[in-house]
Design a protein around this ligand. Structure first.
Ligand code: ZN
Length: 166
């Protein structure tokens, strides 16, 4: 029952849209750096403790997804690898690597924007965050500001194709 009630309650909070807008601002920063625009924000007791965007190209690091960078920042901020009482907001459905990191960090609530039918590991291809066989599960709130979160990606790839990249 808890799983059904909490996401919609979280969804109605005005702060949910506000934090997703901050994640979108991070995605916008990624566009300016020619990175695939995905942004993430981690909130601890109402306070933003991490804000990051994808930096795979700049760091030449396949693990430099927005969520991973944000998780590292948040752990540093809290002085603990356990990100209890934290909510992660991310503009795109996390991939298997990021879902794994979310579980390792014990993040209790994950809010995401656009679905990722190609690599999404939260709802699209797998449901890693809600798999009871694992030692930790998360509350998942999908589809918050899904349209602008998806549009920024579509626009980015359209421009890339126009420029003859990728
Ligand atoms: Zn990822």
């Amino acid at each position: 029952m808890k799983n059904e009630i909490l996401p919609s309650a979280v969804c109605r909070l005005p702060s949910t849209a506000r934090f997703m807008h901050r994640a979108l601002a991070e995605a916008q920063a990624a566009v300016e750096e020619n990175e695939v625009p995905v942004g993430a924000v981690i909130v601890h007791q109402g306070r933003v403790i991490a804000e990051a965007h994808n930096q795979r190209e700049q760091l030449r690091d396949p693990t430099a997804h927005a969520e991973i960078i944000a998780i590292t920042q948040a752990a540093e901020c809290l002085g603990s690898w356990r990100l209890e009482n934290c909510t992660l907001y991310v503009t795109l459905e996390p991939c298997p690597m990021c879902a794994g990191a979310i579980l390792q960090a014990r993040i209790p609530v994950v809010v995401y924007g656009a679905a990722d039918p190609k690599t999404g590991a939260v709802r699209s291809l797998f449901r890693l965050l809600e798999d009871e066989r694992l030692n930790h599960t998360c509350e998942v709130v999908p589809g918050v500001l899904a349209e602008p979160c998806g549009a920024i990606l579509t626009e980015f790839f359209k421009t890339q194709r126009r420029l003859g990249k990728k």
